[in-house]
Design a protein around this ligand. Structure first.
Ligand code: FE2
Length: 132
């Protein structure tokens, strides 16, 4: 049902919050499906069924990433955080400190003379770098 998961009166919520709710629920469902298909593929002794399960799992990864990208484009904090952590190398727990030390992330959606958090992190920690 479309009202599933709301924690406040739906009438009090603006449309962008309702759309974000839809997207977050969809993302959770896609991630759960990835987990289930992976387990089914691993558990099956039938190679053809295993192949179908892995195919389906990979389709769910695509669905999850499409939904995550939709969320990133509409939520400034997701955008900022994705730019900080995604497509980096090196210790994940050190990225935030490195980014802050080097000037932080630019305002989402706008040009900036500052380095992105990921760029800053890649410069501040030798082992971190951006992968295309
Ligand atoms: Fe899906």
């Amino acid at each position: 049902m479309s009202h599933e998961g709301y924690h406040e009166e739906v009438a009090l919520l603006p449309e962008p919050t309702k759309d974000l709710h839809r997207a977050l629920l969809s993302l959770m469902e896609e991630l759960e499906a990835i987990d289930w298909y992976q387990q089914r593929a691993d558990a099956s002794k039938d190679e053809a069924l295993k192949a179908v399960m892995l195919h389906n799992r990979n389709e769910e990864v695509e669905h999850a990433m499409m939904t995550l990208e939709w969320i990133r484009r509409r939520d400034a904090k997701f955008d900022e955080t994705a730019r900080t952590y995604l497509f980096t190398d090196g210790p994940i727990t050190e990225i935030e400190d490195a980014a802050k030390a080097a000037g932080g992330a630019p305002a989402p959606g706008g040009p900036s003379t500052k380095k992105t958090a990921a760029e800053a992190a890649s410069l501040a920690i030798g082992s971190l770098r951006i992968t295309p």
